[in-house]
Design a protein around this ligand. Structure first.
Ligand SMILES: Cc1cc2nc3c(=O)[nH]c(=O)nc-3n(C[C@H](O)[C@H](O)[C@H](O)COP(=O)(O)OP(=O)(O)OC[C@H]3O[C@@H](n4cnc5c(N)ncnc54)[C@H](O)[C@@H]3O)c2cc1C
Length: 392
């Protein structure tokens, strides 16, 4: 692994740093680590920001030009993410589209699907949500029961999904359905692209511990999905889904690193303002978090090296996701300790620190060990499949 960036890459860093300094709206700067994706106005502002970034050529930088990307080396994309963290920019609002569905469609989609869907992902013209989990299919995703039956030119979908993040604001959903109930669990599943405005879809928001409703229950009642919206082959959607989940763990952890770094910088600032650096225990905690953040970045570089050498997302994604969730939770707990009772004051109060982001963050991090693979499941994957430990 070579840690040095080339002259060209450093020149790109300068360019993007200057652009972010000039262009990032003040009301989005520094509110990145605990921003809401539930509030429609906030989502609209984040959409506009993604569009601005896209027009400047900074979204999907590694995507081929024919799909609206820049065809840039992935290293430049990583530099961009580093600079977004430095500028305290929010993450891309359409990250499910950019980092999960996009790469999946490039690998498994038909040329017609690629042409229809990919160019609208980058400017956030179409937001995507992920319809995988069900009430009895979370960690055990292959247990999913939502049915799709092919009738003429359409699949007719019936069933229920749950925890669909941004389902209430997304235009499209990538959905896992069972197309052959008689086949073994992992077989008989298909991957569909569904227009969220199709008749028969009912979306019910679920209020979370943070007080907002960023995710939803989504009911599908005789929803007709054109046959050409099938990705991959019928009944072979499991491998498409596994590919998508690997991108989620790998690339998204890279992206999540942005908000972690933002929060860490803010915490250091908070510690300084409150004179906490005289306390050796606090210093030690900050040092631990700083080292963790660096380790996460280096593990990201490891994935990157692998991808640059032509490999696919590997187990590094699972280690990063697991490690990131611990760091995220430790960071939030340390911030709450620093703030004491102020850590409980919500956005909207004159007493709320950093506009109430810390209160939101402390509650939000409960989910870090659940979404995109729970801590226990990731430990199982790493223990059994990567290290070869006995199941018992
Ligand atoms: C903030 C947030 C956003 C989400 N967004 C989406 C989304 O957009 N789309 C989507 O499809 N899903 C989404 N999810 C759902 C998420 O993928 C699931 O919550 C996750 O896969 C766990 O499934 P579950 O909630 O059904 O829990 P379960 O699978 O029922 O697990 C319950 C507990 O049992 C443990 N457990 C389960 N099986 C094992 C085992 N074999 N060994 C050891 N322990 C085990 C788990 O670790 C967990 O602690 C989101 C979740 C959260 C929290």
């Amino acid at each position: 692994m070579n840690f040095d960036f080339t002259e060209r890459q450093e020149a790109f860093r300068k360019e993007v740093r200057a652009w972010l300094e000039l262009t990032l709206p003040d009301d989005l700067r520094g509110k990145a680590f605990a921003s809401s994706r539930a509030d429609r106005d906030e989502v609209a502002r984040l959409r506009a920001w993604q569009k601005t970034m896209h027009e400047a050529g900074y979204v999907g930088m590694d995507w081929p030009k024919e799909f609206g990307g820049r065809g840039a080396p992935i290293t430049e994309m990583v530099i961009l993410y580093q600079e977004m963290a430095r500028a305290e920019s929010p993450q891309l609002v359409n990250r499910g589209g950019v980092s999960i569905l996009g790469p999946t469609l490039m690998k498994y989609g038909t040329p017609a699907q690629q042409q229809r869907f990919l160019p609208r992902i980058l400017p956030a013209d179409e937001l995507w949500c992920q319809g995988f989990s069900e009430p009895n299919a979370g960690s055990d995703l292959a247990n999913l029961q939502t049915r799709a039956v092919l009738e003429g030119d359409h699949f007719v979908v019936n069933g229920q999904k749950v925890w669909t993040s941004m389902g209430h604001v997304a235009e499209w959903c990538f959905l896992l359905v069972r197309t052959d109930p008689s086949a073994a669990k992992h077989k008989g599943i298909s991957f569909l692209l569904v227009d969220m405005k199709t008749p028969g879809i009912t979306i019910r928001p679920l209020r979370q511990i943070t007080g907002e409703a960023e995710f939803n229950e989504v009911f599908y009642d005789n929803v007709r999905v054109p046959k050409e919206n099938l990705v991959g082959k019928v009944n072979e959607g499991w491998s498409v889904a596994i590919g998508a989940l690997a991108y989620e763990r790998d690339l998204l952890t890279f992206i999540r690193h942005i908000s972690l770094k933002n929060a860490l910088h803010r915490l250091v600032k908070l510690g300084r303002e409150r004179g906490r650096f005289d306390d050796p225990i606090f210093r030690q905690k900050i040092a631990g978090l700083w080292i963790g953040e660096q380790a996460l970045a280096l593990n990201g570089y490891r994935s990157l090296t692998n991808i640059l050498r032509g490999g696919a997302p590997g187990p590094e994604g699972s280690t990063s996701k697991l490690f990131w969730s611990h760091l995220d939770q430790e960071l939030a707990a340390t911030a709450s300790e620093v703030l004491g009772q102020y850590s409980q004051i919500k956005h909207g109060s004159a007493w709320a620190v950093d506009d109430g982001q810390w209160e939101f963050y402390e509650l939000l991090v409960r989910a870090s060990g659940i979404r995109a693979g729970t801590t226990e499941i990731l430990k199982n994957i790493l223990g059994e499949r990567v290290l070869g430990l006995p199941k018992d």
